[in-house]
Write a protein that binds this ligand. Structure first.
Ligand code: NAD
Length: 293
């Protein structure tokens, strides 16, 4: 059993913290939202009045926050956590943020003698609740075993991606590829349907052929091909267009800073931004199929 401070109890952080309680850990929680704090308290967490109070004398700090500026302010801001923690605490940021900020925070932690890894997740709200998230971790090899042990209470697959920021880079690469193959899958299915093919039959053919990919396999974007996919439920998320646009922005930043001409990733970003501007931000990202209608 570990003492854990968990900061950021939103759609993802709430169920992740709940799973750590189920795994037998002592949770000290903080969020700006009263409602989020009350829900976690009802599950057995200890409510704190600030991030600093939650992080007093704990073995781990876990953060699950919206963006880089929140992570930077919680750890490096005036009176931030890094000024308070000592080497007995390991810090884990699970938020999806830009790789530059992740590197800055992990490196500042290393200078202060604190073990820290950036560990963004793949899997969404359903996997957060089921405890089956995939974690991709960046930071020192020496810190990874401790981090892995705690993350096992919230996830099914835990990878050490590389040094500081590597978790965020892995997440950016993965979600950019997801956006590209989702759009390609939509275009292929719509072309088939307009030429008289049944989308279910075409999906089966492509799944057994070289067009096979995750969007076809588990998340078919064409309505009524897969009863449990968001496409068959009016594109209720799932994974929202707003979040895909955020992740494609982070991927574009990674590509630009490392001099990669990611033309397909940038085109996917432009198409999802347009889809968002058309009022689809809170719908599932597979609704990009409707752009073709
Ligand atoms: P959310 O907006 O539901 O939750 C964020 C929480 O952080 C909120 O409860 C907010 O009150 C709290 N918060 C903000 N600033 C704070 C501060 N300074 N101190 C304490 N609490 C603060 O977001 P979410 O969907 O839970 O996503 C969290 C992170 O996970 C994001 O970086 C997101 O990109 C990533 N992510 C989300 C999904 C998803 O499907 N929702 C999937 C993978 C990754």
């Amino acid at each position: 059993m570990a003492r854990v401070a968990f900061i950021g109890l939103g759609n993802m952080g709430g169920p992740m913290a709940a799973n750590l309680i189920k795994a037998g850990h002592e949770l000290h929680v903080f969020d700006l939202s009263e409602e989020a704090l009350t829900s976690l308290e009802a599950l057995g967490a200890i409510r704190s009045a600030s991030a600093n109070e939650a992080a007093q004398s704990v073995d781990f700090v876990v953060t699950m926050l919206p963006a880089g500026k929140h992570v930077e302010s919680v750890y490096l801001g005036d009176g931030g956590l890094l000024a308070q923690l000592d080497s007995s605490t390991t810090a884990i940021d699970c938020s999806t943020i830009d790789a530059e900020t992740a590197r800055k925070v992990v490196e500042a932690a290393a200078d202060a003698g604190i073990g820290f890894m950036d560990c963004p997740v793949s899997g969404g709200v359903a996997a957060a609740a089921a405890g089956t998230l995939a974690f991709m971790c960046g930071g020192p090899e020496s810190v990874f075993p401790r981090v892995k042990e705690l993350l096992a209470g919230m996830g099914a697959k835990i990878f050490h991606a590389g040094p500081a920021g590597a978790g965020q880079v892995a997440k950016g690469c993965n979600n950019m590829l997801l956006a590209v193959h989702m759009i390609g899958t939509c275009e292929a299915l719509e072309m088939g349907v307009r030429n008289g093919l049944d989308p279910a039959v075409l999906s089966e053919i492509m799944l057994a052929s070289s067009g096979r990919n995750w969007s076809l396999e588990v998340y078919n974007p064409y309505p009524d091909v897969m009863p449990n996919a968001p496409a068959s439920k009016g594109y209720k998320p799932g994974f929202m267009v707003d979040l895909m646009v955020k992740d494609l922005g982070l991927a574009a930043q990674i590509a630009d800073l490392s001099g990669v001409d990611n033309a397909m990733g940038k085109l996917a970003k432009a198409l999802f931004e347009q889809h968002q501007a058309d009022g689809n931000g809170r719908r599932d990202f597979s609704s990009i199929l409707e752009r073709l209608a």
